[in-house]
Design a protein around this ligand. Structure first.
Ligand SMILES: *[C@@H]1O[C@H](CO)[C@@H](O)[C@H](O)[C@H]1NC(C)=O
Ligand SMILES: *[C@@H]1O[C@H](CO)[C@@H](O)[C@H](O)[C@H]1NC(C)=O
Ligand SMILES: *[C@@H]1O[C@H](CO)[C@@H](O)[C@H](O)[C@H]1NC(C)=O
Ligand SMILES: *[C@@H]1O[C@H](CO)[C@@H](O)[C@H](O)[C@H]1NC(C)=O
Length: 248
């Protein structure tokens, strides 16, 4: 009798969560990442991607909202729920402003599709991000609150090809506004041909709990999520550029 109960119990465990199981990849916080479009352009150039920053973009844009796991890389490609542009059709305008694909030799919605497949499918386990629509809606809402350009322009930290900024100054401005320390990622490059290589601000990453309460990002996740020719690294100390946006 006992044995039989166990069999039923065990079977139930395997059968019931068969759909939930697809969403059960382990992760413990979100990394909300904003990128500096001009640096992303230069990174794309290293990978032979064409770049075209729309005229209306003058500030940080969303890179993504990534379910993350401690100091290590979060799960990716958690389920086969396909990206469907129709489900976020009524967000298109907002997405184009806050989360544009600046690589013009790819389809405009490729960026959203990639971020959905890689990261969004891992956030399906939460009520708050449990559908494609909710995932994109939530990420757009986070950008409204945590838009780094909003914080930095107020203290006159603006893009410049001639003025460098002290990394620690940028960090403490953001820490002051957010109440937690974000992670700054840099890309080492010459941003004007012939000039020596310097650190360019590439990304600002803000970490939060699954309930969207801000937390300090775990140390040591600096190389997360890059599997690209052009890698970013933590902006350790020193001075960095926020390169001016160049249009075609
Ligand atoms: C996730 O899917 C993408 C696109 O199909 C693929 O390039 C990548 O290797 C996959 N990553 C993992 C960790 O499975
Ligand atoms: C936008 O579309 C989503 C999903 O199709 C829907 O749930 C939501 O209510 C729509 N919002 C508006 C403002 O129309
Ligand atoms: C971020 O803030 C800047 C400066 O205030 C603003 O121009 C830009 O439109 C904002 N971006 C988003 C996506 O809200
Ligand atoms: C998800 O939402 C449902 C309905 O609003 C609620 O009953 C449930 O407790 C929520 N689950 C979590 C994990 O928040």
């Amino acid at each position: 009798m006992d044995g039989e109960m166990n069999v039923i119990f065990v079977t139930a465990i395997f059968l019931l969560p068969s759909t939930a199981g697809a969403f059960s990849a382990k992760w413990d916080h979100f990394t909300f990442t904003q990128e500096w479009p001009q640096t992303a352009c230069l990174m794309g150039k290293a990978e032979h991607k064409k770049c075209n920053i729309p005229n209306y973009i003058n500030s940080f844009i969303i890179h993504g909202l990534w379910p993350s796991s401690g100091k290590t890389e979060g799960p990716k490609n958690c389920s086969s729920v396909h990206f469907d542009m129709n489900k976020i059709k009524n967000l298109t305008n907002e997405l184009q402003h806050a989360w544009p694909n600046i690589y013009s030799n790819t389809r405009p919605d490729d960026f959203w599709k990639y971020e959905w497949k890689t990261h969004g499918t891992c956030a399906l386990s939460l009520n708050t991000t449990g559908t494609e629509y909710l995932f994109f809606r939530k990420t757009l809402d986070l950008m409204k609150i945590y838009n780094a350009s909003m914080f930095l322009s107020k203290v006159n930290i603006i893009p410049s090809d001639t003025t460098q900024y002290v990394t620690k100054t940028i960090e403490s401005v953001l820490q002051n506004k957010l109440g937690v320390m974000p992670t700054l990622q840099c890309y080492r490059s010459e941003f004007q041909s012939g000039k020596r290589q310097t650190n360019l601000l590439a990304e600002i990453r803000i970490c939060m709990t699954k309930q969207f309460k801000l937390i300090k990002c775990p140390d040591g996740d600096s190389t997360l999520y890059w599997n690209r020719l052009s890698q970013t690294q933590r902006c350790y100390g020193g001075k960095i550029y926020i390169p001016e946006i160049k249009r075609k």
